[in-house]
Design a protein around this ligand. Sequence first.
Ligand SMILES: Cc1cc2nc3c(=O)[nH]c(=O)nc-3n(C[C@H](O)[C@H](O)[C@H](O)COP(=O)(O)OP(=O)(O)OC[C@H]3O[C@@H](n4cnc5c(N)ncnc54)[C@H](O)[C@@H]3O)c2cc1C
Length: 310
Amino acid sequence: MKPAAFDYVVPRTVSEAVDALGDGERRAQVLAGGQSLLLEMHLERIRPDLVVDINRIPELDDMRVVDNTLQVGALIRHQAFESARAVPGPLGSLFSLAVVNIAHPPIRSRGTMVGSFGWGHPASEWCAIAMALDADIRLRGPEGARTVAARDYFHGPLKTARQPRELITSVRYPLLGDDVGVGFIEHRRTHFCFAQVASSAALTVRDGVIVEARIGLVNCADRPLRAHAAEQALAGVEVGPPMDGYLLPEEHPFARAGRIAAEHDAAPIAEPYADLEYRRHAIAVVLARTLCQAANDHRSRVGELKGDSQ
Ligand SMILES: Cc1cc2nc3c(=O)[nH]c(=O)nc-3n(C[C@H](O)[C@H](O)[C@H](O)COP(=O)(O)OP(=O)(O)OC[C@H]3O[C@@H](n4cnc5c(N)ncnc54)[C@H](O)[C@@H]3O)c2cc1C
């Protein structure tokens, strides 16, 4: 199918883009990487009157560390995060574990991290990580700039706090300290499908004890989630010796946290090939393995630091 006819503008500054979006007469869509928008336009599920192509706005092609946060501009592509060194500390490792799950290289070379927040899909890896880490989303509209916390941003499937006349300029994540171990594991039907279930974990461990857990759940409800109940169950837990997430005994605290997330945090939706029982089981198993990965990551990170100082 070919998309219906539309007007097309290519602003050179954020102000010009906001002016174009604020026209009010026409239903406008922002074109970033186009990896979701163009498909929807070809299927005529989205029929904009105006497409505002932001790809020629240099100020959006910017990623920087500001006050211990990472600020990712609206033109930074998924592939920028494939190397763990692209971002300082454990946050870089977490992003690099997550990004390889997004589609395949050609899509990652065009699609943008910020575009995922424009789209607001419950299966977005970036959006679940943003929930877990308390990231915030920075918007600019005709009334000026505003910042929305991730916890207030997602309202349902493809529904967000963004107003149609607002441009997302960046997303800002707190950097993670060296006492944080990270994990990200995804389960899906085929390599190029969206996640059936995925989870992210960032465990702050001191003297072998978890002092803070931050857990994000991907495609476990109608929106990206943070798993508060599972996080609480992990506070004060000893991480213990290295372990294989595939061989975790049922009574292990990580296995228990997985079950708590499945029962109390997630609100999964049945699909033709995955009923509710299957989905809850998958959430419990995937999260337990992710927590093992994060604990093992912490151990090797601490080991590396000790090695460096000798
Ligand atoms: C086969 C396939 C598999 C995929 N698998 C995954 C996956 O596993 N996980 C995943 O997360 N994604 C997946 N995607 C989607 C892909 O990651 C997209 O790149 C992403 O969802 C949107 O980024 P984009 O830059 O391409 O945005 P676009 O397609 O350009 O825009 C998407 C929507 O967001 C809005 N938007 C974009 N940028 C802004 C902005 N700065 N301000 C305001 N609104 C904006 C647009 O108006 C549009 O409504 C997949 C896509 C395909 C085709």
